[in-house]
Design a protein around this ligand. Structure first.
Ligand code: PLP
Length: 413
């Protein structure tokens, strides 16, 4: 055994490992100390052995010189993300939103056009409509599920990007990734998919033709609600040649500590996604049987309008987010009922986040969708009686008991 091999044990992995193994094992080689858990490199600069080596490393962006441009802990996370999504590369960013900013800076310029679902995350809509709009990039917002609208929105020659998110928040609407990839490529554009809700544990958009897979790693990848992080996964010709040079200049770099937390989160991702999806399905079925509940939105239910597509696309799992509408005669009564159910909980967290082991209950109409007008909310299907649940890992009976406290004492029906 060479001296180098003796110092760095098990520096390389065999070919053909399965995704669960890659989630635990993919990383840069350990340091000379042989640590079994990947090291956290909290350093802004890297000492160079001599001026000549320093000159070489500064001319090769793959080498470690300064942590805005590269850091070993961040690099380990990027390697693990790419392995899970099945893409050539991945680049980590400070938040999910900065990943979309990086995407836009990389593939759009003044005069270009974007086609985007109108049901995507609210800040994503603002970023495309307002911020990119300032630089002369126009975005058409279309139906999440009607492919004809996507096709009709294309402006030949100027449409450069299709942006989709599936399933959506809070109504869990599902779009057909394979079909959108076909439409985008016919138009000479690329398809980017926000895979935050399903994660590669359930859904791998690159396998269905998406060019870029975007993540808010703040959610299920961290998995315990601790840090903010984001990523773009895709081919080297975009990740390494286009996005990496921009990130090095602009600096939406992921902090090493946050990268380390997410790296560790990925090791349990597939277990958590399976368990939380199963719990969400149990809660969704229970809610469907409650007389106070008008409708439940969850992809694994046969009543979901894109049930078959969702099951094909998401490894037969619905994910951990569901929503339900309460019966009520007026928007005022609906809001009072929703507030009563939310305020009657003793276990669930009243918050606006998801992807945590702690279940979270949210009133979309007054939080995530609070800035829309009532008419816009009606058009989006977000009524005052709608409640979103991001199901965590508490015992499922404690979750349903917590909901029953409010449902069984409603007086507004
Ligand atoms: C949270 C979220 C984002 C934004 O991510 P941040 O990490 O909060 O910046 C984007 N898309 C989806 C679907 C999200 O849930």
């Amino acid at each position: 055994m060479s001296e180098e091999a003796r110092r760095i044990a098990r520096a390389t992995l065999p070919e053909g490992l399965r995704r669960e193994t890659l989630a635990v094992r993919t990383a840069l080689a350990p340091s000379q100390h042989g640590e079994n858990s990947e090291a956290l490199f909290l350093t802004s600069a890297y000492v160079q052995p001599d001026a000549e080596t320093s000159a070489q490393r500064f001319s090769n962006s793959e080498d470690f010189t300064y942590s805005r441009t590269s850091n070993p802990t961040v690099r380990s996370l990027e390697a693990r993300l790419a392995a899970l999504e099945g893409t050539e590369g991945a680049i980590a960013t400070s938040t999910g939103m900065s990943a979309i900013l990086l995407l836009g800076m990389g593939v759009l310029k003044t005069g270009d056009h974007v086609v985007c679902s109108r049901s995507v995350f609210g800040s994503t809509i603002n970023l495309f409509a307002k911020e990119f709009g300032k630089f002369g990039v126009e975005t058409s917002f279309v139906s999440q599920t009607d492919l004809a609208e996507w096709r009709a929105a294309v402006r030949p020659g100027s449409t450069k990007l299709f942006f989709a998110e599936t399933p959506t928040n809070p109504l869990t609407e599902v779009c057909d990734i394979r079909a959108l990839a076909g439409l985008a490529h016919d138009a000479g554009a690329i398809l980017a998919v926000d895979n935050t809700y399903s994660t590669p544990a359930l859904q791998r958009p690159a396998e269905m033709g998406a060019d870029i897979v975007m993540h808010s790693a703040t959610k299920y990848m961290d998995g315990q609600g601790r840090v903010m992080a984001g990523a773009l996964c895709g081919p080297d010709k975009l990740v390494r040649d286009v996005f990496a040079p921009i990130l090095r200049t602009v600096g939406m770099t992921l902090a090493p500590f946050n990268a380390w937390v997410v790296l560790k989160g990925l090791e349990t991702l597939s277990l958590r996604m399976k368990a939380q999806s199963e719990q969400a399905l149990a809660v969704a079925r229970w809610l469907e049987a409650q007389p106070e509940v008008d409708r439940v939105y969850y992809p694994s239910l046969a009543s979901h309008p894109q049930h078959d597509l969702a099951m094909r696309q998401q490894s037969g799992q619905g994910g951990a987010v569901l929503s339900f509408d309460l019966k009520a005669d007026s928007p005022e009564a609906a809001r009072a009922a929703a507030f009563h159910v939310i305020d009657s909980t003793r276990v669930l967290s009243i918050a606006t986040n998801l992807g945590d082991t702690k279940s979270i209950i949210t009133h979309p109409a007054t939080t995530s969708h609070g800035r829309l007008t009532e008419a816009q909310r009606q058009a989006a299907g977000i009524g005052q009686g709608l409640i979103r649940l991001a199901v965590g890992l508490e015992h499922v009976d404690d979750i349903t008991d917590d909901l029953l406290r409010g449902l069984s004492t409603l007086t507004t029906r």
